[in-house]
Write a protein that binds this ligand. Structure first.
Ligand code: SAH
Ligand code: DHB
Ligand code: MG
Length: 222
């Protein structure tokens, strides 16, 4: 594959419609300094999430997997006054770094990073009768994606948009004998998505600055 061309086109798109300001660029550079993996979404993918949040008039957004807060800030910037984003993160270190950047982005009054295992927090939210979210971005650990999606459905309403990152994994999802539990996790998820009657869904293949991958996009049926 012509990776150089894909990189150049990604850069071309970013320059036009996916420019990072110093806050977003600061998240990416701090990940190296903090010894955190460079697995944030790309600039264009961040912009895509922001556009989707605006398209669905999101006032309440839920994210699974905060890392340094990069995707969080892209989406948080789409929130109206009084809007709210809750992002779930298992690592205290990641959460601390993310909160610092969210503060720099002046979004602390709208964004809360909650630490703990996503599954536990989701179960607690459902039990507490948490208000439904308008948009949910699933980007935490891959093996339980199917269960995350089911919990996300419990925290949704008709019309809620659910987006899931990394569902193609360089095409490794085609390998029926893969022993990578992350690949197996998204294979199981994709199969479930294909037969789920509660949503209308598609998967977009993504290529560019990040490795060849894909994002699933589902709308909860009305
Ligand atoms: N959404 C981020 C990237 C997230 S990377 C961005 O694009 O900027 C995945 C994150 O999920 C990591 O920070 C990891 O610590 C977190 N994670 C892994 N397992 C988790 C779990 N069980 N519950 C919550 N977060 C988890
Ligand atoms: C991984 C996780 C991600 O969310 C991502 O975007 C890329 C890679 C990973 O765990 O390997
Ligand atoms: Mg991801």
């Amino acid at each position: 594959m012509n990776n150089e061309l894909f990189d150049q086109v990604d850069e071309y798109i970013s320059q036009l419609v996916g420019r990072e300001d110093e806050v977003l660029a600061g998240v990416i550079s701090s990940l190296d300094e903090e010894g955190i993996a460079q697995i944030s979404v790309s600039a264009n993918q961040g912009k895509f999430l922001q556009v989707m949040a605006l398209a669905c008039n999101a006032r309440r957004i839920l994210e699974l997997g905060t890392l340094g807060g990069y995707s969080t800030i892209w989406m948080g910037r789409a929130l109206p006054e009084g809007g709210r984003l809750i992002s779930l993160e298992v690592s205290e270190h990641h959460a601390t770094v993310a909160r610092r950047h969210i503060e720099r982005a002046r979004l602390s009054h709208k964004i809360e990073v909650r630490t703990g295992k996503a599954m536990d927090i989701l179960a607690a939210m459902i039990a507490a009768g948490e208000e439904p979210f308008d948009m949910i971005f699933i980007d935490a650990d891959k093996p339980p994606y199917t269960e995350y999606f089911q919990h996300a459905l419990s925290l949704s309403r008709p019309g809620t948009i659910i987006i899931c990152d990394n569902v193609i994994r360089k095409g490794a999802v085609l390998d029926k004998t893969s022993d990578d539990e992350r690949v197996q996790g998204v294979q199981r998820f994709n199969a479930m998505l294909g037969s789920n009657k509660n949503v209308t869904a598609t998967i977009l293949q993504t290529i560019g600055a990040k490795e060849h991958d894909g994002m699933a996009i589902a709308v909860v049926n009305r």
